[in-house]
Ligand binder design. Structure first.
Ligand code: UDX
Length: 502
């Protein structure tokens, strides 16, 4: 008997998602959380890190133990093209993106060619999820017929003004600096308080000083500014946009963005979404560090010995650089407020030499004594754990988006001192839209800091801030539970990702 001829179609290879964050702490944190969520959903995931970032994670984070339970998780690396001693912080972070743009293309092509035939035992890459400013990857994936998705790790409320930069230029609202103007004082001009009219949905809300601070340039030809403007607008070419936010927090702005980018998945707050999914699956979700610096756990014992809600936690994130004068203003403000404080001062975060180095830069004795009495200063902490400690009553923050969401989830009122980038917009929303904090941008004065620290910890507005913060925390929690907006959006995203492998 003749056997029936069959043309055996090979089984579809499983979805394999390549995730490519900008190599900075906040971005990597969000992307690692997304990576783990996708692993939990049975997808193959490769995360592409810079050599520098990978090295930091191997030294200080628990990357290996965190992902050892996912056989389908891999790490690939690429050089960011910068010398080892480049600070990769402060105002120079845009150099990372510009450098990657220059040196990343050929490296990315080699990587993709290696992965295209199932190199390294992984299936062919079926989709690229990348930070929104890494478009040098697009020609390579387009050539290979692989779809790409943008994951902007910033808020919707800062993404949207970035998207509308051309409109702000046309309306004369950007650039924010005048040529030849004193660089240190331009932000004191009263024009900075004029309302922005050219960002739909943000009229009567955003002042010029609240526009993302990368727009604080004097020349629209500035390379970093141009890169953000064109890269953000390019989001419309992506198969989808992912944002780490939730509908109850930023619904009206998400609706504005959807008019241009309908395939938008709001799936945040990602860090607590991940915890909820691990719990759902009965998996252990203890603290795993993804820190670029060594976490100092000694602060937990100190927090244990403080009364409930008595400590203000102070941290300006992973990039902020302070001048010596700013450091002293914060320090005096905190000590003079009489409030207990836990303050993270990164080893690389003061522009001039560290004070107290025996070069005439000694720390004033009243600060040393005041800190001994009521404060603790450390170089880096497990922030999510600290924010959840019962002794912490408020968060003095630079309004980085991860920090903001971590605070929202706990329901802590915030005092905001944005340093740059998206933070100037986030802090406006925290204070004026969500009513869960106070914004002191563009000032750094010990008297004001003293007053505002007291205000957020024990002032007349404390109860109102706390009530709104707790309400927002409830909404964040609902969003990630079964039937919640972020939960449903994540399911839709996973279906979409699975379909890319067919
Ligand atoms: C900045 C931006 O402001 C942010 O919005 C953008 O997406 C990336 O660049 P960064 O300064 O890193 O980010 O702030 P943030 O986004 O808040 O991220 C900092 C992360 O470091 C948080 O997840 C926080 O928990 C963690 N952290 C901070 C620690 O784990 N320990 C610390 O001591 C301080």
């Amino acid at each position: 008997m003749l056997k029936e001829e069959t043309t055996a179609t090979p089984p579809p290879s499983p979805p394999h998602i390549l995730i490519f964050p900008v190599p900075l702490q906040g971005h990597v944190n969000s992307m690692l959380n997304l990576s783990e969520i996708l692993c939990l959903s049975g997808l193959h995931v490769t995360i592409l890190l810079s050599d520098h970032t990978h090295d930091r994670l191997l030294r200080h984070a628990s990357l290996r133990s965190r992902f050892s339970r996912y056989a389908a998780f891999r790490v690939a690396t690429i050089s960011d093209g910068l010398p080892a001693d480049h600070p990769r912080s402060g105002q120079r972070i845009l150099e990372i993106v510009l450098s990657l743009k220059e040196v990343g293309g050929p490296q990315f092509r080699r990587l993709m060619e290696g992965l295209s035939d199932g190199g390294g035992g992984a299936p062919r890459v079926s989709c690229l999820i990348m930070d929104g400013v890494l478009s040098f990857t697009i020609p390579v994936v387009e050539e290979m017929g692989i779809p790409f998705i943008y994951f902007r790790t910033i808020s919707a409320c800062s993404f949207w003004p970035y998207f509308c930069i051309q409109e702000m230029i046309d309306a004369g609202e950007v650039p924010l600096k005048d040529k030849n103007e004193d660089k240190l004082t331009y932000w004191k001009r009263k024009e900075m308080d004029l309302m922005v009219t050219s960002v739909p949905g943000m009229e009567n809300l955003l002042r010029r000083r609240d526009i993302p601070a990368f727009c604080r340039v004097e020349d629209v030809g500035d390379a970093g500014f141009q890169s953000i403007k064109t890269e953000t607008r390019r989001t419309t070419q992506a198969a989808a946009l992912i944002l780490n936010t939730f509908e109850d927090l930023e619904g009206p702005i998400l609706d504005q963005i959807r008019k241009h980018i309908p395939n938008l998945y709001s799936i945040g707050p990602l860090h607590s979404h991940l915890k909820a999914l691990l719990k759902e699956k009965g998996m252990e979700s203890s603290h795993h560090s993804s820190s670029f610096w060594k976490e100092d756990d000694s602060c937990m014992g100190w927090l244990d010995s403080q009364p409930p809600k008595s400590v203000i936690y102070v941290s300006f994130g992973s990039i902020t650089m302070l001048t010596r004068d700013e450091l002293l203003e914060f320090w005096y403000g905190l000590v003079n407020s009489g409030v207990r404080f836990l303050w993270v001062v990164r080893p690389d975060s003061v522009v001039e030499d560290r004070i107290g180095n025996g070069c005439g830069n000694e720390i004033p004795v009243e600060l040393v004594e005041g800190t001994k009495l009521r404060g603790l200063m450390v170089e880096w902490v497990p922030q999510e754990v600290v924010l959840g400690h019962p002794s912490v009553g408020a968060f003095f923050t630079h309004s980085g988006w991860n920090s903001t969401l971590e605070s929202v989830v706990i329901g802590l009122p915030m005092l905001c001192w944005p340093y740059f980038a998206d933070q100037t917009t986030n802090s406006r929303f925290v204070s004026e839209v969500w009513g869960i904090g106070l914004d002191i941008k563009d000032t750094c004065d010990r008297l004001l800091i003293e007053r505002m620290v007291k205000e957020v910890m024990m002032g007349v507005r404390r109860d109102e801030l706390l009530e709104k913060a707790r309400g927002m925390a409830n909404m964040a929690n609902k969003a990630i539970c079964e039937g919640g907006s972020s939960h449903m959006n994540l399911n839709r995203l996973i279906e979409f990702l699975k379909s890319t492998a067919l």
